[in-house]
Design a protein around this ligand. Sequence first.
Ligand code: ADP
Ligand code: MG
Length: 724
Amino acid sequence: MSGNKTRIQAINNIMNRAQKICKPTDPLSKIWAIDVFNLSTMEDSLSKSSFKSIKKTVQTGEPLDPQTANSVAAAMKEWAIGKGAKFFSHLFYPMTNITAEKHDGFIVTNSDGRAITEFTGSLLIKGEPDGSSFPNGSLRMTSAARGYTAWDPTSPAFVMHTPNGATLMIPSVFMSWTGEALDKKIPLLRSNSAMDKAANRVLSLMGEEDIAPLSSSCGAEQEYFLIDENFANARPDLLLAGRTLFGAPSAKGQQFDDHYFAAIPERVQVFMQDFEDKLYRLGIPAKTHHNEVAPGQFEIAPYFEAANVAADHQQLMMTLLKSTAKAHGFTCLLHEKPFAGVNGSGKHVNWSIGNSTQGNLLDPGKTPHENLNFLLFCGAVVRGVHLFGPMLRAAIASSANDHRLGANEAPPAILSVYLGEQLESVFDDIKKGKLLEKAKGGVMDLGISQILNFDRDPGDRNRTSPFAFTGNRFEFRAVGSSQSVSGPIVAMNTMLADSLTWIADKLEVALKDGTDKTTAVIIVLKELVELHGNVIFGGDGYSKEWHEEAVKDRGLKNIPTTADALPAYKERSVVDLFSKTGVLSEVELASRFEVYAEQYVQSIEVEAKLVIDIATTKIYPAAIQHISGITSTSSSLKEYGVDLENSGVKTAVTEANAMMAAVKELSAAVAKDDFASIEEHMNYCAQTICNMMLNVRTHADTLEGIIADELWPLPKYHEMLFIK
Ligand code: ADP
Ligand code: MG
């Protein structure tokens, strides 16, 4: 009887673990951003003229002159060394969802053998990590494998304290020798400028004069699971795939809703305090935390920031969630669906557009003229989601997120927009021409302002919509918990740039013959709603009726899997969208398709191999041990009148045989490698392989309900979700 050694050991380890307790920590004022080389740190350490010049670069993205770069580098080095740093690293964001870093020492030696530290403007500006093993989707030939990182001065550098000391981290872009974007930051920065340019045109036509550069903002709500690391270490599926590929449901799951917003378990409180203090030191504004719906599931949301900084902070948060969890004996699961049968994890991306002169353009505002700007920007979003819904779906596609979308706990895989009752009726009136009549009658200004003077928080949130207006921003709710927020932000900024350009073109025409602004806006919006209003939906996104209506009556697409979603990147309209806006060239976009398609196929293949391995080497032997334990003593058991017919042993035999037959079938299927295209390979994974994995799991999960508990080799759902 040894099959369960690791599992029982895991439980023992947890029971004998020393409990950490919350300790009083330093006040916020003492730790806030102390490890960040931000503008206020620079102001203290740079000359007046250098500071003025770097401030301009940070705030407007203007290029930096080499002399200022040198002064910033010198100040940054002194500051970092003062904090104990011996190394620096350009930090970049390749086309995986992780952050990459390559550390270089400040050290150089001179001819008499002394060590000095060196860090010049050119070292700050450019790094050459090579990094030829990052996915590049054919953008780099191995013979020309050189890759460059370049400092992004708009995202502050910081010092990271790790067990091997302190390191100066410099947020950077990552590009190929030939200048193509190999990362997630370059498209984000480009999408922001594209949006800025188009928004500026619209605002100028609306008569705005003093228009500061526009930037998108992002506040991401991160959901995650914490389980004891002893359990994670005893499950190869959690270790390698981040989700459980086996596991019968626990008798109690989330049906009592007794975890959501409940008191946070003490051990998790200690973790959160430690984690959030780390965030504060790095200038990341952690704002809310709470228990989520599933047992063992939690959420953290920082206060929103400029999208570029928010995206870097989001990456840092995911890294710190994992490392801090480890320090507390937890494993943090960022996977979108670690456990079947309870909720998965998302990352709602709250997104808005604004600047320092016009404010938040997705805020209806109080005056009629603010209302008009708002309606144009809001309309632009509606048009974008309608035209480029499949592209938005592609931007959040991954094998992990496929388990969540459309599963009645997360938004459906159909992209629609929720506006709330009031705003929906405004767009309805525009479509019917009602507001146009009023506008031409001359009473419009007042009318529209009254209509839109609604509560910022319209209370009634639609939790079933993938893309919801929430009073002063849109919330893209279909984003997955492990994903970088860059992809979704790039998708949103770019579709918005395109829509604002369309609006500007139309406005220009409408205003030409002296039509007043209000009437011109309503004329443009009327056409927009007629063409794209179909995407507005305020009902229940989970219902069967909606799935039918959306596809049949409204022409929207239901895109259940990544295999169905990624080909959107190859559609002519999407290729044109990205190249016209200058966000991604045709080859850069094609490389993304290739990289994400390969990642999809590879993740499913890893899972399939794990299923085969775990079923064969852990579950089957446990089943056989259970069966032989009973059958070897069956004659004496029978003698005492034990009813073997109802002992489950026969079912165990049937299920064990069926499971191994399913494993055989899966093994043969995984071996297939003659695919005509990557699309065909993706479809094969989505249909054939996924179903076969599920088939093995079904038999294994039945066995879990029959086999003696002490023999079962894998930590069970109730243990992982409830033992803290
Ligand atoms: P809820 O769970 O009710 O949606 P949370 O408070 O958990 O709300 O998270 C809302 C997120 O939206 C926060 O990160 C918040 O900072 C962010 N947010 C608020 N206003 C804006 C805005 N104008 N633009 C972008 N994000 C915003
Ligand atoms: Mg929330």
